[in-house]
Design a protein around this ligand. Structure first.
Ligand code: ATP
Length: 340
């Protein structure tokens, strides 16, 4: 194994988590240090923040439902609303709960009731932020709906979830829904450049592009990757970012698919093996990258259709627990056979 490979192997074994990032010599986790404090600072969701600001200005907040993928600013926006409404008192008037609390929904309900019964600082309502609301069963959601009604005079709920379709209709109809999409590339690039400048970290242009690519719309992922890469070396470049995030370069994915489509299964399998073994990538992530990149490859329409068909099938099988490398090899094998 070459030096570069063994180095890649070492760092790719596990993606650094937030605690490791903090331990690695930095005082603070950057996602917290640079969490926007106001709605104006929330990047990439101008329409949403403009509407939320109007509620705050009128001090007239309805119940809210925030839906969208991880790391795009749902919690951040809820906290910003509380900060803008309550100023220094915001922590006394804002309760953050996780609906998937290990101790069960009864504990969550009790905490909601205790918080909603009390009042603080003469405000007419307090805010309860319930994260992962879509992890509640329909029965638990029905109970939550009754609690929302019971305390509607002095409490506003902000529910956060990945999929609003998993929230029962009676709750949806009691909330104003905001769909937070993945954050745009430009907003992620701008935020990571800003943080790097404040931290005195040098980034190359291809390093920022790699952060944007690896983050795939998730600002938390981009900032964590920047911090982890900054711990690794002087300059945050493409190499550092792809290594630290266990992300394949788009060229590697293209190479793998092209070999397979040209009928050279052995070469295609070698690239796959390198991604799984040396770069420590998960099969599901390779499928995600394949899915994202297909349109950028120089393939004819028929090849794209065939590939997408296989990607859908393999994605489903991996999600259901099938062996990742068997599935990916089978995908490459079927592409290789098609050409004959
Ligand atoms: N729109 C954004 N603008 C600026 N920073 C952001 C934005 N979204 C996320 N971040 C950064 O990522 C961190 C995590 O974001 P946040 O907790 O708001 O994500 P979330 O959408 O609530 O995700 P989850 O569903 O996983 O809880 C923030 O502390 C902040 O540093």
């Amino acid at each position: 194994m070459s030096e570069v490979e063994s180095e890649a192997d070492e760092v790719a074994e596990s993606e650094p988590d937030e605690a490791e990032v903090a331990e690695a010599g930095r005082d603070e986790i950057w996602i917290e240090k640079y969490r926007p404090g106001t709605l104006d600072e929330v990047a990439g969701h101008d329409d949403i923040t403009a509407r939320l600001k109007r509620y705050v200005e009128r001090d007239d907040l309805p119940n809210l439902l925030f839906s969208g993928p991880a790391g795009v600013g749902k919690t951040t926006s809820a906290v910003a609303i509380a900060k803008q409404l309550y100023g220094d008192d915001w922590e006394q008037n804002f309760l953050e709960l996780n609906a998937s609390d290990q101790r069960g929904i009864d504990v969550v309900r009790d905490r909601i009731k205790n918080f909603a019964r009390s009042s603080f600082g003469g405000h007419s309502y307090r805010i309860i932020f319930l994260d992962e609301a879509d992890s509640l069963t329909s029965d638990a959601q029905s109970a939550l709906r009754r609690t929302m009604e019971q305390f509607s005079s002095n409490t506003r709920f902000i529910l956060s979830c990945n999929y609003s379709s998993k929230i029962i209709d009676p709750i949806q109809s009691r909330c104003a829904t905001f769909r937070f999409g993945p954050i745009g590339d430009e907003a992620i690039a701008e935020q990571t450049r800003k943080i790097a400048a404040e931290e005195g970290i040098e980034t190359t242009e291809d390093g920022v592009d790699a952060l944007v690519y690896a983050a795939d719309g998730d600002m938390r992922k981009a900032i964590n990757a920047l911090q982890a890469a900054a711990v690794m070396g002087e300059v945050v470049d493409e190499e550092a970012v792809f290594t630290i995030t266990s992300t394949a370069r788009p060229e590697e994915i293209e190479q793998m698919v092209t070999h397979a489509i040209e009928g050279d299964f052995t070469k295609a399998r070698k690239v796959l093996d390198d991604l799984l073994t040396n770069k420590g990538m998960a099969g599901g992530d390779i499928i995600d990258q394949l899915h994202r990149s297909v349109w950028e490859f120089d393939l004819d329409d028929e090849a794209i259709v065939r590939l997408m068909d296989r990607v859908g099938e393999v994605d489903y099988r991996i999600t259901e627990g099938a062996n990742e490398s068997v599935q990916l090899e089978a995908l490459l094998a079927s592409l290789s056979l098609e050409d004959e």
